[in-house]
Design a binder for this molecule. Structure first.
Ligand code: AMP
Ligand code: MN
Ligand code: MN
Ligand code: MN
Length: 257
């Protein structure tokens, strides 16, 4: 079975609609795809409908933004009941704080000369959820960055002109919402946080205590060496190993489903 358990649609910061994403995944030979938009399950129903009659199964998923020990960590939820009230209330709370943050990020970039940044980012975010990715795309449009990663490094990470910290969920809450919704919680792209071995162990200990079950080993944000390291971590910590592209659309041709 070819699983892709992490990807994004226009319901968060992907550039393909849920329908286009499912079609693309099926063309790539994905047998089971989890749609894991940031802080939203809004695309799951459309993905399921699009999968009808195609040789692909859809898992309801989400990627929740969390603050743990002063850092942003992403927790993927797989196989969640999208109707679970605790999960939906929690996600709605995060989206509310995203809305304020989006305006503040836009103001900061406008001060740096990016014209109508707030308005343009909201126009790009057709699903209504604004992420740094949308601002990154504006910066590319204006010739200020070559790709999303470059825009984030230059303008949108801590210490840079357009950065505004998110008000994310607590790890315990995010894992709790996923577990209550009948899903499995998975630590997303663990190698991306630049944690020391000690910090990663502490994260995993907290995560497991709260009911977390898995960790991404194979990820579009991991190198082959990262994946080998995280396979060792997964075994040692007795966590399930997950696999997902973190695909956001064809803008980054080096990431494929
Ligand atoms: P936000 O949740 O609004 O802080 O936006 C975070 C999103 O920005 C991530 O989900 C990625 O899609 C994107 N992102 C962050 N860092 C990078 C990077 N170094 N390269 C490419 N995309 C990134
Ligand atoms: Mn993203
Ligand atoms: Mn992520
Ligand atoms: Mn992601």
């Amino acid at each position: 079975m070819n699983y892709d358990l992490h990807c994004h649609s226009t319901c968060s910061d992907g550039t393909l609609s849920p329908e286009q994403l499912v079609t693309h995944a099926a063309e790539c030979g994905v047998d089971v795809m989890a749609l894991t938009d940031h802080d939203s399950t809004a695309g799951v129903q459309a993905a399921r409908a699009a999968a009808q009659g195609k040789p692909i199964g859809i898992l309801a998923g989400v990627e929740i933004s969390v603050t743990w020990a002063g850092r942003t960590i992403h927790i993927v939820g797989l196989g969640v009941d999208t109707e679970a009230p605790g999960l939906q209330q929690g996600l709605a709370g995060i989206r509310e704080t995203r809305a304020d943050r989006a305006i503040r990020m836009g103001e900061k970039l406008e001060k740096k000369g990016v014209e109508s940044a707030t308005e343009r980012a909201h126009a790009l975010a057709t699903g209504g959820l604004v992420a740094r990715t949308h601002y990154a795309r504006l910066l590319i449009e204006d010739g200020l960055a070559s790709d999303v990663g470059d825009a984030i490094r230059k303008y949108l990470k801590p210490g840079k002109a357009g950065y505004v910290a998110g008000q994310w969920a607590a790890l315990e809450d995010a894992v709790g919402w996923i577990v209550e919704a009948g899903g499995q919680a998975v630590i997303a792209h663990p190698a991306r946080y630049n944690l020391t071995a000690t910090k990663l162990r502490a994260l995993i200990a907290d995560f497991k205590r709260f009911g977390g079950r898995g960790i991404e080993v194979v990820s579009g944000s991991h190198s082959a060496q990262d994946a080998a390291n995280m396979a060792v971590v997964a075994r040692r910590s007795e966590l399930h190993a997950s696999r997902g592209s973190d695909y956001h659309g064809p803008e980054n041709p080096w990431v494929e489903m």
